[in-house]
Design a protein around this ligand. Structure first.
Ligand code: ADP
Length: 301
């Protein structure tokens, strides 16, 4: 079993359905509200645990009921929450309004995710883990410190530079694996990506920066693995009816890390991750649609 540490974000997504989005100053009636635990960090932790890894989550939540609820949900998946710090700020909150045409507006308040600081990392013993997963929803200072600590301890780091806006590329130094979607790869490489050929050009450019391995996910087109030795593996997506693509990338990352770092062969790991992500997109919701490994293996049969 792989031991995975996720240092990252945890949010409560508050989703209200409306007939149409309000204009400034207007009050309208909502059609119903749902609460979903989210954040790229907790989604990836959740996906890795559901694929069978032993997972610990580190990051900041508020000393409020949302923070407690998020921790309770992670613990229900067997995820170790001892390294989650309770902060004076509120838990990260995404206020999401969606209308009947699928249009939405989102206000993301990072709250306690941005109060998690380098001083909180002192409580972590990185040598307990086989791999560390990072994203770009906590301060870059924390990510850089985790990368330095992991390098010193010889533990590989997988970096998901999402969201890519504001991603400081000095966080690419010292990582083992860069996993990103095509938009993130476009921003980081400066190359427009519409197909595998262009994704390979973008990947080559990024590998030249000294990153040992990378994966570019291309939505319904599939995914691409490349390494510094010239290995290239293209994996088509599994054809499914896309109901809700939320958390597809997070599922791919958590599922891939879970099996690859447990010793599964590379190409098999990529197919496993693609199958897990396909199952996530074929059901609505974020964490609630992330499959367990038995579902993924049944789908692959
Ligand atoms: P993100 O959610 O970060 O934007 P992608 O959209 O690239 O990530 O999706 C990640 C992976 O999920 C893809 O490489 C693919 O394997 C799978 N996936 C995404 N969308 C679909 C889809 N419509 N059908 C099947 N698989 C999908």
């Amino acid at each position: 079993m792989t031991n995975i540490l996720v240092v990252g974000s945890m949010n409560m997504d508050i989703v209200t359905r409306v007939g149409r989005l309000p204009v400034p100053g207007e009050t309208i009636h909502g059609l119903g509200t749902d609460f979903h635990a989210g954040g790229k960090g907790s989604n990836q932790a959740y996906a890795a645990a559901r694929s069978g890894a032993k997972v610990a989550m580190a990051g900041g939540v508020g000393s409020d009921s949302f923070g407690l609820e998020i921790c309770r949900k992670l613990e229900a998946q067997g995820i170790d929450t001892a390294a989650i710090a309770a902060k004076p700020e509120t838990t990260g909150i995404a206020l999401i309004t969606t209308d009947s045409s699928g249009e939405n507006s989102i206000i993301l308040s990072p709250g306690a995710n941005y109060s998690y600081g380098v001083e909180d990392l002192e409580a972590l013993n990185l040598s307990l883990y086989d791999v560390i997963l990072l994203q770009n929803e906590i301060p870059g200072t924390v990510n850089r410190r985790v990368i330095a600590m992991a390098e010193a301890a010889g533990i590989p780091v997988c970096m998901n530079p999402a969201p890519v806006t504001g991603f400081d590329r000095d966080q690419l130094r010292g990582i083992r694996l860069l996993i990103m979607n095509e938009t993130e790869a476009e921003v980081l490489s400066g190359i427009r990506i519409a197909d595998f050929r262009e994704a390979i050009s973008a990947g080559r450019m990024l590998l030249e920066e000294g990153i040992p391995e990378l994966i570019i996910t291309l939505g319904s087109k599939g995914s691409l693995y490349m390494d510094g030795d010239g290995k290239i593996i293209e994996v088509p997506a599994y054809p499914v009816e896309a109901v809700d693509t939320t958390a597809a990338g997070d599922t791919f990352i958590g599922a891939f890390a879970s099996v690859y770092y447990a010793g599964k062969e590379l190409a098999d790991s990529l197919h496993y991750a693609a199958a897990a992500a396909a199952l996530t997109v074929s059901a609505s919701g974020a964490q609630s649609s992330i499959p367990v490994k038995e579902q993924v293996y049944a789908f692959l049969e």
